[in-house]
Design a binder for this molecule. Structure first.
Ligand code: IMP
Ligand code: MG
Length: 193
């Protein structure tokens, strides 16, 4: 039997910190293909600017973009919370848009819609730039925790109120590189101060 490779060991170590795989690579790929079809149908013939929120969207975004064949431009908005935790309080904008979105059709992409505080702030910022329309696409929707009145136009998966990592999502900036969405072992999550 061949010795396990370094990658396998890293994978096994990460797995030990994951309680369960919530959404497999296969399910992610299948759902993203369907999301891309919906987006293509709705934005065909439009002057589309995809605006992605950094950093949690990178893996989802890369897979979604490769499925979109319509002409588009891509830009990023950087949003960060001061603390390295799950909370979206104390948001700061770390990167502003470079492209002009005035009069354009914007597809705003984010990783997860939780309380909605992040998207509420980002949407207010975008609306001030007077795009023709903004549609919101999120990979995950945790409806149970919603505080702001925000709905996404495209949702990959609705998930229960559990803390998830992987496929771009982090806990204290780790686990973003897992290829699936997993539930982190609750004992690894530090209590909110
Ligand atoms: P909201 O502002 O409460 O909607 O939270 C949105 C942000 O909180 C996301 O963009 C994530 O960065 C983070 N977040 C919320 N829930 C989770 C989770 O289960 N795993 C990882 N990050 C999360
Ligand atoms: Mg985060």
């Amino acid at each position: 039997m061949p010795a396990p490779s370094k990658t396998n060991k890293a994978e096994a170590k990460a797995r030990a910190e994951i309680e369960k795989v919530l959404i497999s690579q296969r399910r992610l790929a299948r759902r993203i293909r369907l999301l891309a079809h919906e987006i293509e149908r709705d934005f065909s013939g439009r002057d589309l600017v995809v605006v992605a929120v950094l950093n949690g969207t990178v893996v989802f975004l890369a897979d979604l973009l490769r499925r979109l064949t319509l002409p588009l431009r891509l830009d990023f908005m950087g949003v960060s919370s001061y603390r390295l935790s799950a909370s979206a309080s104390d948001l700061v904008f770390t990167k502003e848009l470079g492209l002009d979105v005035t009069g354009r059709d914007v597809l705003l992409v984010d990783d997860i819609l939780d309380t909605g505080a992040t998207l509420a702030r980002v949407l207010a910022r975008l609306r001030a730039l007077r795009p023709r329309q903004i549609k919101v696409c999120v990979l995950l929707d945790k409806k149970a925790r919603r505080v702001e009145d925000i709905k996404a136009d495209y949702v990959g998966f609705s998930i229960p109120n559990q803390f998830v990592v992987g496929y771009g999502l982090d806990y204290a900036e780790r686990y973003r590189n897992l290829p699936y969405i997993g539930v982190l072992r609750p004992e690894l999550i530090a209590p909110e101060p």
